[in-house]
Write a protein of this length. Structure first.
Length: 343
């Protein structure tokens, strides 16, 4: 089959296989997202422009076509503004790489940089209040082994405000509780590693968890912290397994606490912890480090969403409430140093 622009497809392959993974050290998840964006662009040219894959090349990456592609995503594929913007960012990244490999391709990078992003609605961060959290953590049957595992998973996820996959990727040796300040090493998006502090209470739970699930006589630092056993073999616990037990505990919690949201998932624990820390006065820059956000603007969603803090601020001005609360990291510079990788 004759290809119109072989350089285009060679650049696509090198971008996905070499640049993203070997040079930028991005995660396989990021690679899959970028690959899907480019594949979907080819589908657009085939369905809307009548071009076979072999007829697509750099010349088609112009302002008009990319704008049409984004409109197609929005109207034909019913993609949200956030998804549309993610696809655009992936294509911009590809065009940037193409211009690095061949300076003559800078024109295409300029074309894509001029394509406007879709305006995204201000996101509402759903989180759990203290009453719901307390009841949720009581739902696992700690008389059973899996119940003890599930409860510790939820407690740890909340304490370190981690993404579900970050917790599932933890190995026994990634958690340090014997130091003066307990902490865990998380691997986030783009394989970026960060150190997060663990509370003393959770450190105690961790010790009990190890005794039951990783006995000292068989303990290995490279074992998955959370695992399932299939045919006698340990496997890293899957996100689906987490989703299943969290749904179950959410349903049980709703029976004793009607204000429990209909959908309970690990990310709600992360949001809840982040909101708690923000309300206690943690600066957004520090909170961004804690959450593993590369851009502090991503973290600002907690400030936009927190109507409770706005209400209290107004009450304070009116002398209706006393909000003098000492931040949890006050006089404890070790936490700040650890978040920034200095300890």
């Amino acid at each position: 089959m004759k290809v119109k622009d072989e350089a285009f497809f060679k650049t696509v392959r090198d971008f996905l296989e070499t640049y993203l993974i070997k040079q930028k050290n991005y995660s396989p998840n990021t690679q899959r997202a970028y690959k899907f964006a480019i594949s979907q662009l080819l589908d657009f040219f085939k369905e809307e422009k009548g071009l076979a894959y072999s007829q697509v090349g750099f010349q088609e990456l112009n302002y008009g076509n990319i704008c049409d592609y984004l409109r197609w995503l929005e109207h034909s594929r019913k993609c949200s503004a956030k998804t549309v913007n993610q696809r655009l960012m992936a294509l911009r990244s590809f065009a940037k790489y193409a211009s690095i490999v061949d300076p003559a391709k800078i024109y295409f990078q300029v074309e894509l940089s001029n394509v406007p992003r879709k305006k995204e609605p201000v996101r509402t961060v759903e989180h759990l209040n203290e009453n719901v959290l307390e009841n949720l953590f009581l739902q696992p049957d700690t008389g059973k082994k899996n119940g003890r595992r599930d409860r510790f998973f939820m407690l740890l996820t909340y304490d370190i405000a981690a993404r579900c996959q970050e917790v599932l990727d933890l190995k026994v040796g990634d958690v340090y509780v014997n130091s003066a300040e307990p902490y865990a090493i998380l691997t986030g998006k783009g394989n970026k590693r960060r150190s997060v502090p663990i509370s003393r209470k959770i450190a105690e739970h961790f010790g009990e968890y190890l005794k039951q699930f990783h006995p000292v006589e068989t303990r290995n630092d490279n074992d998955w912290l959370f695992y399932t056993v299939i045919h006698g073999v340990r496997h890293r616990m899957s996100p689906d397994a987490v989703a299943t037990f969290m749904k179950k505990y959410g349903d049980l919690c709703r029976n004793v606490c009607p204000e429990t949201p209909k959908k309970i998932n690990p990310h709600l624990l992360r949001h809840s912890r982040a909101m708690f820390l923000y309300r206690k006065g943690m600066p957004l820059v520090l909170l961004a480090e804690f959450l593993g956000h590369s851009d502090v603007n991503t973290t600002r969603v907690y400030a936009w969403a927190d109507t409770e803090m706005k209400r209290k601020a107004i009450s304070k001005i009116s002398d209706e409430a006393d909000l003098d609360t000492e931040p949890i990291w006050e006089n404890d510079e070790s936490i700040i140093k650890r978040l920034y990788g200095l300890a």
